[in-house]
Design a protein around this ligand. Structure first.
Ligand code: AMP
Length: 376
C-alpha cells in the first residue's frame, strides 16, 4: 500500500476513547476518520468526520463502511471472526486478521508467545471439571482461572486460593474452555508499546510501570523505575513479538516483573493502550500518532521521550468530582473523553504530569505531584 495522502479516510472499528485520541492524531496528519460503533454519540464519533452506528455483526453496514474508507484499523479488537474476514476481503486491515485472532484468545496468545521463546506465567487450558482437578496440582495454588475471550480490567477471571475456589470459579466463568494460570507474585507490572511500519521499522516507547486499583489501571509511571538491563530486555521482547507477528500498526505488551527481575508477558493488545496515554504529552509523537502513521503507511519517527511523566486515570463519578480541581491545578494536563455519564468503574478522562527527563520523583514525590489544588 502506498502512503495515504492527506484527505484520505481511515476507518476505525470501535468508538471509545482510544478511537477518539487516534482520530485526533489522524486529523493532525490531514486525514479524515470514519468510526464504526454500535453506540450513538460515542467518544470517537464526537471528533470524527463520519460515523456508522451499527452492531459489529451487521454485514451490510460493515460493507458500506469498508467502501467508504481507504484503510481499516481498530481501537476495539474483539470483532467477531466473520466480520473481520469480511472487512479483510474488502480493504486493507491493519493490524491484520492473524494478529487480531491471536490477541482475541488467551490460549492462542500464550501458545504463540511460548512458541517464539517469550516466557509467560505457567498456564494450561481447562476444558472440563475433571481436567481442572488434574491441572491445579501441576501449577500449584494459588492460581488464576480466566476466560479465553473478552476479559478486560479484571473481568472474566477469578483468583483461587483453594481447590474449592477453583471448582466454584470453573462453574461460574463462561464460555469454556478456560485457562488456568499460576499466580505470579510480581514486584511490578510494566508495559511496552511498539509501532511497526510497513517497511518493518520499529519504534518502541520506553517501558512504563502500571499500578492498578480494583483491577483497573490507576497510574502509569514513565519510565518504569527499574534497572536499565530490565528495561532493555522488556523492549527487546516487545520488538520480537511485533516482528514475529509481522505487525503493521501498534502493539502494547503487558508484563510482570518478578522479584528476581524475570519478565513474564501477561497479555498483548494490538492497538493503542491505556498505559500509553502519557505519550500524548511526554513524546513528540504519541502512541496515537504512531498508530495512525503505521496504518497510513507513513514513516515512523523515533519514540523519543522528552520528559518523564505520571499518568493518572480518572474513573467513574468519584474521580470526576475532582475535575474542577484538576483544571485549577497548575501542571496537570487534562484529557477528557466526552462521555456523558460517569458510571462507576468507567474510564472518563486522564491527566498527565510532566517532569524534566531523569527526574521522575520517588514514592512520596509522586503522591505530592498528584495533589490537587483546593477549590471552592
Ligand atoms: P488480565 O486481565 O490478564 O490483564 O489481568 C488483570 C490483572 O490481574 C493484571 O494486571 C494483574 O494485576 C492480575 N493478574 C493477572 N494474571 C495474573 C497472574 N498470573 N498472577 C498474578 N496476577 C495476575
Amino acid at each position: 500500500m502506498t502512503a495515504l495522502p492527506p484527505g484520505a479516510t481511515i476507518g476505525i472499528i470501535g468508538g471509545g476513547q482510544l478511537g477518539r485520541m487516534s482520530a485526533m492524531a489522524a486529523a493532525r496528519l490531514g486525514y479524515l476518520t470514519h468510526i464504526f460503533s454500535p453506540e450513538p454519540g460515542s467518544p470517537a464519533s464526537q471528533v470524527a468526520a463520519k460515523t456508522t452506528v451499527a452492531p459489529y455483526t451487521d454485514h451490510d453496514a460493515l460493507r458500506r463502511f469498508a467502501d467508504a474508507v481507504d484503510v481499516i484499523t481498530f481501537e476495539f479488537e474483539n470483532l467477531p471472526a466473520e466480520s473481520l474476514d469480511l472487512l479483510s476481503s474488502l480493504k486493507p486491515v491493519r493490524p491484520g486478521a492473524k494478529i487480531l485472532r491471536i490477541s482475541q484468545d488467551r490460549l492462542l496468545e500464550k501458545q504463540f508467545l511460548n512458541d517464539i521463546g517469550i516466557a509467560t506465567a505457567p498456564w494450561e487450558p481447562v476444558h472440563d471439571a475433571a481436567a481442572l482437578a488434574g491441572t491445579v496440582p501441576r501449577l500449584g495454588l494459588p492460581v488464576i482461572l480466566k476466560t479465553t475471550r473478552l476479559g478486560y480490567d479484571g473481568k472474566g477471571q477469578k483468583f483461587c486460593r483453594t481447590e474449592a475456589d477453583c471448582a466454584e470459579a470453573f462453574a461460574t466463568l463462561e464460555p469454556k474452555p478456560l485457562v488456568l494460570e499460576g499466580f505470579v507474585d510480581f514486584h511490578s507490572e510494566i508495559s511496552v508499546i511498539a509501532a511497526r511500519g510497513e517497511d518493518g521499522k520499529i519504534s518502541a516507547f520506553d517501558p512504563v510501570e502500571n499500578r492498578h486499583k480494583h483491577h483497573i489501571l490507576d497510574l502509569t509511571l514513565a519510565p518504569a523505575p527499574l534497572p536499565l538491563e530490565t528495561l532493555a530486555e522488556a523492549t527487546a521482547m516487545a520488538r520480537k513479538i511485533a516482528e514475529s507477528l509481522e505487525l503493521v500498526g501498534l502493539l502494547a505488551v503487558e508484563m510482570f516483573v518478578t522479584s528476581t527481575g524475570t519478565l513474564l508477558v501477561n497479555e498483548i493488545a494490538p492497538r493503542p493502550h491505556n498505559s500509553g496515554h502519557w505519550t500524548l504529552d511526554a513524546c513528540a509523537a504519541s502512541q496515537f500518532e504512531m498508530h495512525i502513521r503505521a496504518v497510513a503507511g507513513l514513516p515512523l519517527p523515533p519514540a523519543t521521550r522528552h520528559s518523564d511523566a505520571v499518568m493518572k486515570n480518572l474513573i467513574g463519578p468519584e474521580d470526576m468530582a475532582t475535575w474542577p480541581a484538576i483544571l485549577a491545578t497548575p501542571g496537570l494536563i487534562p484529557h477528557h473523553y466526552g462521555k456523558a455519564e460517569a458510571r462507576p468503574g468507567r474510564k472518563m478522562a486522564h491527566f498527565n504530569r510532566l517532569f524534566p527527563r531523569g527526574s521522575l520523583p520517588g514514592e512520596f514525590g509522586i503522591e505530592a505531584a498528584l495533589k490537587l489544588k483546593a477549590i471552592g
